[in-house]
Design a protein around this ligand. Structure first.
Ligand code: FAD
Ligand code: MLT
Ligand code: ZN
Length: 478
Protein backbone atom coordinates (compact mmCIF):
# COMPACT_ATOMS: atom_id res chain seq x y z
CA UNK A 1 0.00 0.00 0.00
CA UNK A 2 1.41 3.42 -0.87
CA UNK A 3 1.94 5.87 1.97
CA UNK A 4 -0.31 8.92 2.30
CA UNK A 5 2.90 10.84 3.13
CA UNK A 6 5.10 12.11 0.33
CA UNK A 7 8.32 10.30 -0.38
CA UNK A 8 10.24 13.53 0.29
CA UNK A 9 8.65 13.96 3.73
CA UNK A 10 9.48 10.39 4.75
CA UNK A 11 13.06 10.80 3.54
CA UNK A 12 13.45 14.09 5.42
CA UNK A 13 12.13 12.48 8.59
CA UNK A 14 14.48 9.53 8.15
CA UNK A 15 17.44 11.90 7.80
CA UNK A 16 16.52 13.40 11.17
CA UNK A 17 15.90 10.22 13.16
CA UNK A 18 17.97 7.60 11.32
CA UNK A 19 16.68 4.17 10.24
CA UNK A 20 16.28 3.07 13.89
CA UNK A 21 13.88 5.94 14.42
CA UNK A 22 11.39 4.87 11.75
CA UNK A 23 8.94 1.99 11.88
CA UNK A 24 7.23 1.23 8.57
CA UNK A 25 6.97 -2.54 8.54
CA UNK A 26 3.22 -3.26 9.10
CA UNK A 27 4.01 -6.13 11.46
CA UNK A 28 6.40 -4.06 13.60
CA UNK A 29 3.92 -1.18 13.58
CA UNK A 30 1.19 -3.31 15.17
CA UNK A 31 2.37 -2.73 18.75
CA UNK A 32 1.94 1.02 18.24
CA UNK A 33 -1.55 0.72 16.80
CA UNK A 34 -3.35 -0.93 19.66
CA UNK A 35 -3.41 -0.33 23.40
CA UNK A 36 -2.55 -2.52 26.38
CA UNK A 37 -6.03 -4.05 26.54
CA UNK A 38 -6.47 -4.27 22.79
CA UNK A 39 -9.59 -2.17 23.29
CA UNK A 40 -8.68 0.41 20.61
CA UNK A 41 -7.11 -0.14 17.20
CA UNK A 42 -5.95 2.38 14.62
CA UNK A 43 -3.79 2.76 11.53
CA UNK A 44 -0.82 5.04 10.92
CA UNK A 45 1.20 6.30 7.97
CA UNK A 46 4.39 5.95 9.98
CA UNK A 47 5.76 5.49 13.47
CA UNK A 48 8.61 7.89 14.29
CA UNK A 49 10.90 7.43 17.28
CA UNK A 50 13.24 10.41 17.66
CA UNK A 51 16.14 10.08 20.09
CA UNK A 52 16.50 13.75 21.08
CA UNK A 53 14.38 16.83 21.66
CA UNK A 54 16.01 18.60 18.71
CA UNK A 55 15.27 15.74 16.31
CA UNK A 56 11.72 15.46 17.63
CA UNK A 57 11.17 19.21 17.21
CA UNK A 58 12.44 19.06 13.64
CA UNK A 59 10.07 16.16 12.85
CA UNK A 60 7.16 18.10 14.35
CA UNK A 61 8.08 21.14 12.24
CA UNK A 62 8.16 19.07 9.05
CA UNK A 63 4.79 17.46 9.83
CA UNK A 64 3.31 20.84 10.75
CA UNK A 65 4.41 22.34 7.42
CA UNK A 66 3.01 19.31 5.55
CA UNK A 67 -0.29 19.37 7.50
CA UNK A 68 0.24 15.90 8.97
CA UNK A 69 -1.43 15.05 12.29
CA UNK A 70 0.64 13.59 15.13
CA UNK A 71 -0.29 11.16 17.89
CA UNK A 72 2.18 11.25 20.80
CA UNK A 73 2.72 7.87 22.42
CA UNK A 74 4.49 6.67 25.54
CA UNK A 75 4.05 3.19 27.01
CA UNK A 76 0.61 2.74 25.46
CA UNK A 77 -0.93 1.75 28.81
CA UNK A 78 -3.55 4.51 28.79
CA UNK A 79 -7.09 3.25 29.25
CA UNK A 80 -9.01 5.67 26.99
CA UNK A 81 -7.31 5.18 23.61
CA UNK A 82 -5.51 8.53 23.78
CA UNK A 83 -2.28 7.18 22.27
CA UNK A 84 -3.93 5.27 19.42
CA UNK A 85 -4.24 6.89 15.97
CA UNK A 86 -7.56 7.01 14.12
CA UNK A 87 -8.57 4.64 11.32
CA UNK A 88 -7.58 6.94 8.44
CA UNK A 89 -4.01 5.69 8.21
CA UNK A 90 -2.90 9.30 7.62
CA UNK A 91 -1.67 10.13 11.13
CA UNK A 92 1.90 9.72 12.36
CA UNK A 93 2.57 8.09 15.72
CA UNK A 94 5.34 9.93 17.55
CA UNK A 95 6.78 7.51 20.06
CA UNK A 96 8.97 8.79 22.91
CA UNK A 97 10.40 5.33 23.52
CA UNK A 98 13.99 6.29 22.60
CA UNK A 99 14.06 9.38 24.81
CA UNK A 100 14.83 7.70 28.11
CA UNK A 101 17.76 9.52 29.65
CA UNK A 102 17.89 10.60 33.27
CA UNK A 103 19.40 14.01 32.61
CA UNK A 104 20.21 15.19 36.12
CA UNK A 105 19.68 14.50 39.80
CA UNK A 106 20.06 17.55 42.04
CA UNK A 107 19.97 16.22 45.58
CA UNK A 108 20.28 19.62 47.24
CA UNK A 109 17.28 20.85 45.23
CA UNK A 110 15.48 17.50 45.71
CA UNK A 111 14.79 17.19 41.99
CA UNK A 112 15.34 14.79 39.12
CA UNK A 113 15.28 15.81 35.44
CA UNK A 114 14.22 13.06 33.06
CA UNK A 115 13.24 12.60 29.44
CA UNK A 116 9.64 11.79 28.66
CA UNK A 117 10.28 8.23 27.47
CA UNK A 118 11.69 7.10 30.84
CA UNK A 119 9.62 4.20 32.20
CA UNK A 120 8.07 5.10 35.56
CA UNK A 121 9.68 2.13 37.30
CA UNK A 122 13.12 3.19 36.05
CA UNK A 123 12.51 6.65 37.45
CA UNK A 124 11.53 5.15 40.82
CA UNK A 125 14.71 3.03 40.76
CA UNK A 126 16.93 5.99 39.87
CA UNK A 127 15.44 7.97 42.75
CA UNK A 128 15.92 5.06 45.11
CA UNK A 129 19.57 4.60 44.07
CA UNK A 130 20.08 8.26 44.91
CA UNK A 131 18.57 7.63 48.39
CA UNK A 132 15.30 9.36 47.57
CA UNK A 133 11.71 8.49 46.71
CA UNK A 134 9.75 9.28 43.58
CA UNK A 135 6.29 8.45 44.86
CA UNK A 136 4.04 8.03 41.81
CA UNK A 137 3.00 4.38 41.84
CA UNK A 138 0.49 2.53 39.68
CA UNK A 139 -0.21 -0.93 38.28
CA UNK A 140 1.29 -0.13 34.88
CA UNK A 141 4.53 1.34 36.26
CA UNK A 142 6.70 -1.29 34.53
CA UNK A 143 5.55 0.00 31.09
CA UNK A 144 4.10 3.51 31.36
CA UNK A 145 6.34 6.52 30.74
CA UNK A 146 6.87 9.86 32.41
CA UNK A 147 5.49 11.62 29.31
CA UNK A 148 2.29 9.56 29.47
CA UNK A 149 2.07 10.11 33.24
CA UNK A 150 2.34 13.86 32.69
CA UNK A 151 0.00 13.97 29.70
CA UNK A 152 -2.69 12.13 31.70
CA UNK A 153 -1.85 13.72 35.07
CA UNK A 154 -1.58 10.18 36.41
CA UNK A 155 -2.63 9.35 39.96
CA UNK A 156 -2.29 5.90 41.48
CA UNK A 157 -1.99 4.49 44.95
CA UNK A 158 0.02 7.16 46.80
CA UNK A 159 -1.90 10.27 45.78
CA UNK A 160 -3.45 10.78 49.19
CA UNK A 161 0.04 11.42 50.62
CA UNK A 162 2.04 12.85 47.67
CA UNK A 163 -0.49 14.09 45.08
CA UNK A 164 -1.00 13.50 41.36
CA UNK A 165 1.69 13.99 38.70
CA UNK A 166 0.71 17.68 38.63
CA UNK A 167 1.80 18.11 42.24
CA UNK A 168 5.05 16.22 41.57
CA UNK A 169 6.21 18.44 38.69
CA UNK A 170 8.31 21.62 38.81
CA UNK A 171 9.21 22.17 35.17
CA UNK A 172 8.65 20.91 31.62
CA UNK A 173 10.29 20.94 28.23
CA UNK A 174 7.66 20.88 25.48
CA UNK A 175 7.78 20.81 21.69
CA UNK A 176 4.94 23.01 20.47
CA UNK A 177 2.73 22.00 17.53
CA UNK A 178 4.76 24.19 15.14
CA UNK A 179 8.06 22.65 16.25
CA UNK A 180 9.28 25.39 18.59
CA UNK A 181 10.86 24.15 21.81
CA UNK A 182 9.63 25.65 25.08
CA UNK A 183 12.33 25.17 27.70
CA UNK A 184 10.48 25.40 30.99
CA UNK A 185 12.84 23.03 32.79
CA UNK A 186 13.05 25.18 35.90
CA UNK A 187 13.42 23.37 39.19
CA UNK A 188 11.75 26.18 41.11
CA UNK A 189 9.29 25.75 43.92
CA UNK A 190 8.25 29.37 43.71
CA UNK A 191 7.78 31.35 40.49
CA UNK A 192 5.02 33.91 40.18
CA UNK A 193 5.93 35.45 36.85
CA UNK A 194 2.49 35.15 35.33
CA UNK A 195 0.56 32.09 34.16
CA UNK A 196 2.04 28.72 35.13
CA UNK A 197 2.16 27.24 31.62
CA UNK A 198 3.31 23.77 32.62
CA UNK A 199 -0.16 23.08 33.99
CA UNK A 200 -1.63 23.56 30.51
CA UNK A 201 0.39 20.63 29.21
CA UNK A 202 -0.04 18.37 32.24
CA UNK A 203 -3.26 16.46 31.66
CA UNK A 204 -3.62 17.70 28.06
CA UNK A 205 -3.30 14.15 26.62
CA UNK A 206 -0.99 15.21 23.80
CA UNK A 207 -3.45 17.71 22.34
CA UNK A 208 -1.34 20.85 22.95
CA UNK A 209 2.23 19.74 22.38
CA UNK A 210 4.75 17.00 23.03
CA UNK A 211 6.33 16.81 26.45
CA UNK A 212 9.98 15.85 26.01
CA UNK A 213 11.42 16.24 29.52
CA UNK A 214 10.45 17.22 33.06
CA UNK A 215 11.91 18.35 36.36
CA UNK A 216 10.22 16.28 39.06
CA UNK A 217 10.23 16.47 42.85
CA UNK A 218 12.08 13.96 44.97
CA UNK A 219 11.08 13.05 48.51
CA UNK A 220 12.85 11.48 51.49
CA UNK A 221 13.13 7.71 51.12
CA UNK A 222 10.93 5.71 53.47
CA UNK A 223 12.59 3.07 55.66
CA UNK A 224 9.65 1.60 57.60
CA UNK A 225 6.40 0.19 56.25
CA UNK A 226 3.31 -1.49 57.67
CA UNK A 227 0.61 -2.99 55.45
CA UNK A 228 -2.79 -4.35 56.44
CA UNK A 229 -5.56 -6.14 54.57
CA UNK A 230 -8.86 -5.41 56.27
CA UNK A 231 -12.37 -6.84 55.81
CA UNK A 232 -15.21 -4.33 56.09
CA UNK A 233 -18.96 -4.77 56.48
CA UNK A 234 -19.83 -1.85 54.18
CA UNK A 235 -18.44 0.98 52.07
CA UNK A 236 -19.48 3.37 54.87
CA UNK A 237 -17.10 1.49 57.17
CA UNK A 238 -14.27 2.37 54.75
CA UNK A 239 -15.12 6.06 55.09
CA UNK A 240 -15.17 5.79 58.90
CA UNK A 241 -11.94 3.81 58.92
CA UNK A 242 -9.95 6.12 56.65
CA UNK A 243 -10.98 9.13 58.74
CA UNK A 244 -9.80 7.40 61.89
CA UNK A 245 -6.51 6.11 60.43
CA UNK A 246 -5.75 9.50 58.95
CA UNK A 247 -6.25 11.35 62.21
CA UNK A 248 -4.11 8.78 64.01
CA UNK A 249 -1.28 8.46 61.47
CA UNK A 250 -1.38 11.78 59.57
CA UNK A 251 1.20 11.80 56.75
CA UNK A 252 2.35 8.28 57.53
CA UNK A 253 -0.78 7.06 55.74
CA UNK A 254 0.47 6.58 52.17
CA UNK A 255 -2.12 4.20 50.76
CA UNK A 256 -5.78 3.40 51.37
CA UNK A 257 -7.30 1.34 48.59
CA UNK A 258 -10.83 -0.04 48.81
CA UNK A 259 -12.25 -2.99 46.83
CA UNK A 260 -15.46 -4.97 46.65
CA UNK A 261 -15.69 -8.75 47.04
CA UNK A 262 -16.46 -9.00 43.31
CA UNK A 263 -13.13 -7.32 42.54
CA UNK A 264 -11.23 -9.75 44.77
CA UNK A 265 -13.17 -12.74 43.42
CA UNK A 266 -11.99 -11.97 39.86
CA UNK A 267 -8.38 -11.70 41.05
CA UNK A 268 -8.57 -15.00 42.95
CA UNK A 269 -10.02 -16.67 39.88
CA UNK A 270 -7.70 -15.26 37.22
CA UNK A 271 -4.38 -14.07 38.65
CA UNK A 272 -1.88 -16.85 39.24
CA UNK A 273 -0.44 -17.17 42.72
CA UNK A 274 -3.09 -15.09 44.49
CA UNK A 275 -4.99 -16.39 47.51
CA UNK A 276 -7.54 -14.91 49.91
CA UNK A 277 -5.71 -13.71 53.04
CA UNK A 278 -8.85 -14.30 55.14
CA UNK A 279 -10.87 -17.46 55.86
CA UNK A 280 -14.29 -16.26 54.76
CA UNK A 281 -15.56 -13.82 52.12
CA UNK A 282 -16.56 -10.28 53.15
CA UNK A 283 -18.44 -7.52 51.29
CA UNK A 284 -15.60 -4.98 51.18
CA UNK A 285 -11.87 -4.76 51.80
CA UNK A 286 -9.31 -2.05 52.40
CA UNK A 287 -5.59 -2.21 51.83
CA UNK A 288 -3.84 0.19 54.17
CA UNK A 289 -0.22 1.21 53.99
CA UNK A 290 1.78 3.30 56.45
CA UNK A 291 5.32 4.51 55.77
CA UNK A 292 7.91 6.45 57.70
CA UNK A 293 11.32 7.85 56.85
CA UNK A 294 12.68 6.61 60.20
CA UNK A 295 14.02 3.02 60.30
CA UNK A 296 12.16 0.73 62.74
CA UNK A 297 9.34 3.23 63.27
CA UNK A 298 6.57 1.58 65.33
CA UNK A 299 4.10 1.53 62.45
CA UNK A 300 2.72 -1.94 63.16
CA UNK A 301 1.76 -0.90 66.69
CA UNK A 302 0.14 2.24 65.29
CA UNK A 303 -1.83 0.19 62.78
CA UNK A 304 -2.84 -2.32 65.46
CA UNK A 305 -4.06 0.42 67.74
CA UNK A 306 -6.06 2.02 64.88
CA UNK A 307 -7.58 -1.30 63.93
CA UNK A 308 -8.45 -2.26 67.48
CA UNK A 309 -10.55 0.90 67.81
CA UNK A 310 -12.10 0.10 64.40
CA UNK A 311 -13.02 -3.43 65.57
CA UNK A 312 -14.75 -1.95 68.62
CA UNK A 313 -16.70 0.45 66.41
CA UNK A 314 -17.77 -2.38 64.09
CA UNK A 315 -15.98 -0.83 61.08
CA UNK A 316 -13.67 -3.83 60.70
CA UNK A 317 -14.65 -7.51 60.73
CA UNK A 318 -11.28 -9.14 60.25
CA UNK A 319 -7.72 -8.11 59.35
CA UNK A 320 -4.20 -9.32 58.65
CA UNK A 321 -1.08 -7.25 59.04
CA UNK A 322 1.79 -8.26 56.75
CA UNK A 323 4.70 -9.72 58.72
CA UNK A 324 7.23 -9.46 55.88
CA UNK A 325 7.85 -7.47 52.72
CA UNK A 326 6.89 -10.54 50.69
CA UNK A 327 3.55 -10.72 52.47
CA UNK A 328 2.95 -7.01 51.90
CA UNK A 329 3.75 -7.49 48.19
CA UNK A 330 1.27 -10.40 48.05
CA UNK A 331 -1.45 -8.14 49.49
CA UNK A 332 -0.65 -5.42 46.97
CA UNK A 333 -0.78 -8.01 44.18
CA UNK A 334 -4.44 -8.61 45.08
CA UNK A 335 -5.17 -4.94 44.52
CA UNK A 336 -2.96 -4.40 41.48
CA UNK A 337 -4.31 -7.54 39.81
CA UNK A 338 -7.90 -6.32 39.50
CA UNK A 339 -7.44 -4.59 36.14
CA UNK A 340 -5.84 -7.63 34.54
CA UNK A 341 -8.28 -10.07 36.17
CA UNK A 342 -11.29 -8.21 34.84
CA UNK A 343 -9.98 -8.54 31.28
CA UNK A 344 -10.53 -12.30 31.54
CA UNK A 345 -14.26 -11.72 31.99
CA UNK A 346 -14.82 -10.05 28.61
CA UNK A 347 -14.97 -6.30 27.97
CA UNK A 348 -14.53 -4.12 31.02
CA UNK A 349 -16.56 -0.93 30.79
CA UNK A 350 -14.33 1.41 32.74
CA UNK A 351 -15.54 4.47 34.62
CA UNK A 352 -12.90 6.19 36.73
CA UNK A 353 -15.18 8.63 38.51
CA UNK A 354 -14.68 10.75 41.60
CA UNK A 355 -17.11 12.06 44.18
CA UNK A 356 -16.46 13.54 47.63
CA UNK A 357 -15.04 10.79 49.88
CA UNK A 358 -17.93 11.23 52.31
CA UNK A 359 -20.45 10.39 49.57
CA UNK A 360 -18.84 7.25 48.14
CA UNK A 361 -21.15 4.82 50.03
CA UNK A 362 -24.31 6.59 48.89
CA UNK A 363 -22.97 6.79 45.32
CA UNK A 364 -22.27 3.05 45.25
CA UNK A 365 -25.59 2.13 46.80
CA UNK A 366 -27.68 4.25 44.43
CA UNK A 367 -25.69 3.49 41.26
CA UNK A 368 -25.62 -0.26 41.96
CA UNK A 369 -29.39 -0.18 42.38
CA UNK A 370 -30.01 1.85 39.21
CA UNK A 371 -27.76 -0.42 37.13
CA UNK A 372 -29.20 -3.67 38.39
CA UNK A 373 -32.68 -2.35 37.66
CA UNK A 374 -31.86 -1.46 34.04
CA UNK A 375 -29.21 -4.11 33.27
CA UNK A 376 -29.95 -7.09 35.52
CA UNK A 377 -27.00 -9.35 36.30
CA UNK A 378 -24.17 -7.00 35.31
CA UNK A 379 -21.16 -7.53 37.54
CA UNK A 380 -20.02 -4.34 39.22
CA UNK A 381 -16.32 -4.24 39.95
CA UNK A 382 -15.93 -1.21 42.18
CA UNK A 383 -12.63 -0.44 43.79
CA UNK A 384 -10.08 2.29 43.91
CA UNK A 385 -8.28 5.11 45.53
CA UNK A 386 -10.61 5.73 48.46
CA UNK A 387 -8.59 8.58 49.94
CA UNK A 388 -8.97 10.53 46.69
CA UNK A 389 -12.69 9.84 46.33
CA UNK A 390 -11.70 8.06 43.08
CA UNK A 391 -13.69 4.94 42.34
CA UNK A 392 -13.03 2.58 39.47
CA UNK A 393 -16.63 1.68 38.86
CA UNK A 394 -16.03 -0.94 36.18
CA UNK A 395 -18.70 -3.16 34.73
CA UNK A 396 -18.44 -6.73 33.41
CA UNK A 397 -21.15 -8.58 31.50
CA UNK A 398 -23.67 -10.86 33.27
CA UNK A 399 -22.55 -14.49 33.54
CA UNK A 400 -23.27 -16.38 30.32
CA UNK A 401 -23.87 -13.27 28.19
CA UNK A 402 -22.00 -12.55 24.95
CA UNK A 403 -19.50 -9.72 24.50
CA UNK A 404 -21.29 -8.07 21.58
CA UNK A 405 -24.73 -7.53 23.17
CA UNK A 406 -23.00 -6.30 26.32
CA UNK A 407 -20.82 -3.85 24.37
CA UNK A 408 -23.97 -2.60 22.65
CA UNK A 409 -25.18 -1.44 26.07
CA UNK A 410 -21.98 0.49 26.81
CA UNK A 411 -23.40 3.94 26.13
CA UNK A 412 -26.59 3.31 28.10
CA UNK A 413 -24.63 1.96 31.07
CA UNK A 414 -22.27 4.93 30.90
CA UNK A 415 -25.20 7.33 30.96
CA UNK A 416 -26.58 5.81 34.17
CA UNK A 417 -23.19 6.05 35.89
CA UNK A 418 -22.28 9.52 34.65
CA UNK A 419 -25.72 10.97 35.41
CA UNK A 420 -25.35 9.72 38.96
CA UNK A 421 -21.77 11.07 39.14
CA UNK A 422 -23.05 14.42 37.97
CA UNK A 423 -25.84 14.39 40.55
CA UNK A 424 -23.12 13.94 43.20
CA UNK A 425 -21.17 16.88 41.76
CA UNK A 426 -18.40 14.47 40.82
CA UNK A 427 -16.04 14.06 37.85
CA UNK A 428 -16.55 11.56 35.05
CA UNK A 429 -12.79 11.13 34.76
CA UNK A 430 -10.75 11.35 37.91
CA UNK A 431 -7.67 9.61 36.61
CA UNK A 432 -7.48 8.15 33.10
CA UNK A 433 -8.42 11.22 31.07
CA UNK A 434 -10.77 11.49 28.11
CA UNK A 435 -8.74 10.10 25.20
CA UNK A 436 -11.04 8.97 22.41
CA UNK A 437 -13.41 7.22 24.85
CA UNK A 438 -14.95 10.12 26.71
CA UNK A 439 -14.90 13.43 24.79
CA UNK A 440 -18.65 13.21 24.12
CA UNK A 441 -19.36 12.47 27.77
CA UNK A 442 -17.18 15.42 28.83
CA UNK A 443 -19.10 17.68 26.45
CA UNK A 444 -22.32 16.43 28.03
CA UNK A 445 -21.34 16.63 31.67
CA UNK A 446 -18.73 19.39 31.93
CA UNK A 447 -19.64 23.06 32.29
CA UNK A 448 -19.98 24.43 28.70
CA UNK A 449 -17.95 27.47 29.68
CA UNK A 450 -15.05 25.23 30.72
CA UNK A 451 -15.22 23.43 27.37
CA UNK A 452 -15.31 26.77 25.55
CA UNK A 453 -12.20 27.98 27.41
CA UNK A 454 -10.43 24.69 26.71
CA UNK A 455 -11.20 25.03 23.00
CA UNK A 456 -9.86 28.60 23.02
CA UNK A 457 -6.58 27.33 24.48
CA UNK A 458 -6.43 24.52 21.91
CA UNK A 459 -7.00 26.97 19.05
CA UNK A 460 -4.27 29.28 20.34
CA UNK A 461 -1.60 26.61 20.69
CA UNK A 462 -2.62 24.31 17.85
CA UNK A 463 -4.54 26.40 15.30
CA UNK A 464 -4.14 23.76 12.58
CA UNK A 465 -5.52 21.03 14.87
CA UNK A 466 -2.65 18.64 14.20
CA UNK A 467 -1.92 17.53 17.77
CA UNK A 468 -3.71 14.29 18.59
CA UNK A 469 -6.96 15.18 16.80
CA UNK A 470 -10.12 13.43 17.99
CA UNK A 471 -8.89 13.23 21.58
CA UNK A 472 -10.29 15.26 24.50
CA UNK A 473 -12.62 17.30 22.24
CA UNK A 474 -15.78 15.78 20.85
CA UNK A 475 -15.44 17.05 17.28
CA UNK A 476 -12.30 18.73 16.02
CA UNK A 477 -11.82 22.37 16.89
CA UNK A 478 -15.07 23.98 15.91
P1 FAD B 1 0.21 6.38 26.71
O1 FAD B 1 -0.86 5.38 26.97
O2 FAD B 1 1.19 6.07 25.67
O3 FAD B 1 -0.49 7.79 26.39
C1 FAD B 1 -1.49 8.33 27.20
C2 FAD B 1 -1.86 9.73 26.68
O4 FAD B 1 -0.76 10.61 26.85
C3 FAD B 1 -2.19 9.77 25.20
O5 FAD B 1 -3.18 10.74 24.98
C4 FAD B 1 -0.89 10.20 24.55
O6 FAD B 1 -1.09 10.85 23.31
C5 FAD B 1 -0.33 11.14 25.59
N1 FAD B 1 1.13 11.18 25.64
C6 FAD B 1 1.98 10.15 25.90
N2 FAD B 1 3.24 10.60 25.94
C7 FAD B 1 3.19 11.93 25.70
C8 FAD B 1 4.18 12.96 25.61
N3 FAD B 1 5.46 12.72 25.80
N4 FAD B 1 3.75 14.23 25.34
C9 FAD B 1 2.46 14.50 25.16
N5 FAD B 1 1.49 13.56 25.24
C10 FAD B 1 1.85 12.30 25.50
N6 FAD B 1 -3.53 5.55 35.57
C11 FAD B 1 -3.57 6.26 36.71
O7 FAD B 1 -3.59 7.50 36.63
N7 FAD B 1 -3.61 5.65 37.93
C12 FAD B 1 -3.59 4.31 38.07
O8 FAD B 1 -3.64 3.79 39.19
C13 FAD B 1 -3.51 3.52 36.89
N8 FAD B 1 -3.45 2.18 36.96
C14 FAD B 1 -3.32 1.46 35.82
C15 FAD B 1 -3.20 0.08 35.93
C16 FAD B 1 -3.07 -0.69 34.79
C17 FAD B 1 -2.91 -2.19 34.92
C18 FAD B 1 -3.06 -0.07 33.51
C19 FAD B 1 -2.89 -0.85 32.25
C20 FAD B 1 -3.19 1.30 33.39
C21 FAD B 1 -3.32 2.08 34.55
N9 FAD B 1 -3.43 3.48 34.48
C22 FAD B 1 -3.50 4.20 35.64
C23 FAD B 1 -3.49 4.16 33.17
C24 FAD B 1 -2.11 4.48 32.52
O9 FAD B 1 -1.11 3.63 32.98
C25 FAD B 1 -1.70 5.91 32.80
O10 FAD B 1 -2.61 6.77 32.16
C26 FAD B 1 -0.29 6.28 32.33
O11 FAD B 1 0.03 7.55 32.84
C27 FAD B 1 -0.14 6.30 30.81
O12 FAD B 1 1.25 6.37 30.48
P2 FAD B 1 1.77 5.84 29.07
O13 FAD B 1 3.21 6.19 28.95
O14 FAD B 1 1.43 4.41 28.88
O15 FAD B 1 0.93 6.77 28.08
C1 MLT C 1 -6.25 0.99 38.81
O1 MLT C 1 -6.21 1.84 39.72
O2 MLT C 1 -6.05 -0.21 39.03
C2 MLT C 1 -6.56 1.42 37.41
O3 MLT C 1 -6.44 2.81 37.31
C3 MLT C 1 -7.99 1.03 37.15
C4 MLT C 1 -8.37 0.34 35.91
O4 MLT C 1 -7.60 -0.38 35.29
O5 MLT C 1 -9.55 0.48 35.55
ZN1 ZN D 1 -6.59 3.86 39.34
Amino acid sequence: MSSPLSHELIESIERLVGPAGLVRDPELMQGYLTDWRNAYQGLAALVVRPASTEALAAVVRLCHDAGVALVPQGGNTGLCGGSIPDASGRQVVLSLSRMKRIREIDLANETITVEAGVILQHLQEAASQAGRLFPLSLGAEGSCTVGGNLATNAGGTAVLRYGNMRELTLGLEVVLPDGRIWNGLRGLRKDNTGYDLKHLFIGSEGTLGIITAAVLKLFPATHSTATAWVALPSAQAAVDLIGHVRSLCADRLTGFEMMSRQSLAFVLEHVAGCSDPLDTPHPWYALIELRDTVPDAPLTQLLESGLSHAFEQGWVIDAVIASSQAQAAALWALREGISEAQNHEGPSLKHDISVPVSRIPEFIERTDRALQQDFPGVRIVSYGHMGDGNLHYNISKPVGHGDAPFKAQERAIMQVIYRMTSAFNGSISAEHGLGQAKPAAAAQFKDPLEIELMRAIKRTLDPAGLMNPGKVFASGLE
